[in-house]
Design a protein around this ligand. Sequence first.
Ligand code: HEC
Length: 189
Amino acid sequence: MRWALAALALLAAGCDVLDPMWVQQKAKPYRPSPFYPDGIEMRAAPEGTLAREELHPADLATGLGADGKPLARDPMPLSRERLELGRKRFEVTCAACHGLLGDGDSPVARNMSLRPPPSLHLKVRNPDGYFYRVIAEGYGFMPSYASALTVEERWAVVDYLRALQLSQRARLDLVPPAERARLQRGGTP
Ligand code: HEC
């Protein structure tokens, strides 16, 4: 009996400590504060703090040129490593909805009746900056993926997206000769 009482007392004390979040002491923005010398709870960022985007030139971060139009091409130099980074990020961040090939064939698309994620091969003529901005800002029902992907990663995803688009509509003479023969033997790729 004594043990049970002691356990109960402990539990009760525990509840006291574990106040629900809404009654716990905390700073709320826009409230006055007796704690800080300036009397405001909301703190300013330390001097010199930069948003992630501000580390980059404006066009790279926004995807827009000086004329306010989406950039035609990714301003970062293309390399195999960047394409591979883009592939990794695309497969982790985008493929669940748009499909591994970007053609809109995915488990999510098959089960989403309202507005399934579209194929990304339809707007091949749109500039790179258009795709960058969809990733950074979101598009209709699609949320922004800016918090999941750095500026560099977003551009890498755009580059990989271009590779996917090309893979579905390349002319045969663009394929290296060795692969060309293989494609022709195998019929439609
Ligand atoms: C949770 C599912 C989901 C994920 C993940 C997702 N998308 Fe989307 N995406 C959508 C949907 C749904 C739409 C159509 C939205 C609408 O029309 O309202 C869309 C639209 C788009 C469009 C516009 C297509 C057009 O016709 O203009 C692009 C480009 C795009 N997504 C690229 C991406 C890329 C790149 C990623 C990864 C960084 C990504 N999406 C991740 C669901 C998703």
